[in-house]
Design a protein around this ligand. Structure first.
Ligand SMILES: C[S@@+](CC[C@H](N)C(=O)[O-])C[C@H]1O[C@@H](n2cnc3c(N)ncnc32)[C@H](O)[C@@H]1O
Length: 223
């Protein structure tokens, strides 16, 4: 599911955009299968990937041998104070009940004037065309309510400002998805059933429409 999303040309461009200004030593937390780490290493950075899931780290090491990877919790990074110039958290803070702990940890590991990049979707704002808009809204909100911080993306700016970052900017980039590659993501939201069958039929007839606003916040660690 992540590969299908991360392979979209719009998502590739957005990911590239997040690499600007991260400096020569970058940690990517909740790195998953390590794509950002591999891409940052290819640009000459010392890139470190952190993920709690050993299976993800195993895949990351295999796919991206130029990166350095650790199994660890992003709220307790195995990094010294002030040891990195850039910090990325891509599609991960929604999994934390207290995302401010992640941002405080970002502040600890970043050097003065280091840059933190938070990016992800707001789980209440998936836009999905369907024949039953009310059920769609119910399914989207039910999925959101099942996670610890579904609306953290709209809080990125305040999280950064409240935890020692300055010059915070926010952008929203909407990803539009119209092909069958998005069906696993829709299955993840709705589970099996008539609603998903309707989306499968739409994919078959080239009538799928999904839009996902991605929130990108960037802040500089106050000296
Ligand atoms: C949705 S995936 C995103 C992966 C990658 N950042 C990307 O954009 O493709 C979220 C990842 O965060 C990891 N994760 C969740 N909670 C974490 C935590 N507390 N510490 C470190 N990693 C965590 C998960 O294991 C998963 O690989």
């Amino acid at each position: 599911m992540l590969d299908a999303f991360d392979d979209l040309p719009q998502v590739r461009n957005l990911r590239e955009h997040t690499y600007a200004g991260l400096g020569d030593t970058v940690v990517d937390v909740g790195c998953g299968s390590g794509r950002a780490v591999g891409e940052l290493a290819a640009r000459g950075a010392r890139a470190i990937g952190i993920d709690l899931d050993p299976a993800m780290i195993e895949v990351a090491i295999e796919r991206w041998p130029t990166g350095t990877f650790h199994v660890a919790d992003l709220t307790a990074l195995p990094l010294d104070d002030g040891s990195v110039t850039g910090y990325r958290a891509d599609k991960v803070l929604h999994t934390l009940a207290e995302p401010e702990r992640a941002v405080a940890e970002a502040r600890r590991v970043l050097a003065g004037n280091g840059r933190a990049v938070l990016i992800g979707q707001d789980w209440d704002t998936f836009v999905i065309d369907s024949d039953d808009p009310e059920l769609t809204r119910t399914l989207v909100h039910a999925r959101a309510d099942g996670m610890p911080s579904p609306r953290v993306a709209r809080r990125y700016r305040n999280l950064l400002l409240d935890n020692g970052f300055v010059d915070v900017t926010v952008e929203v980039h909407t990803i539009v998805w119209t092909d069958a590659a998005c069906l696993p993501m829709l299955a993840n939201i709705a589970g099996a059933g008539a609603w998903l069958d309707g989306q499968v039929a739409r994919a078959r007839n080239d009538r799928l429409f999904v839009a996902v606003p991605m929130f990108l916040a960037v802040g500089t660690r106050a000296d």
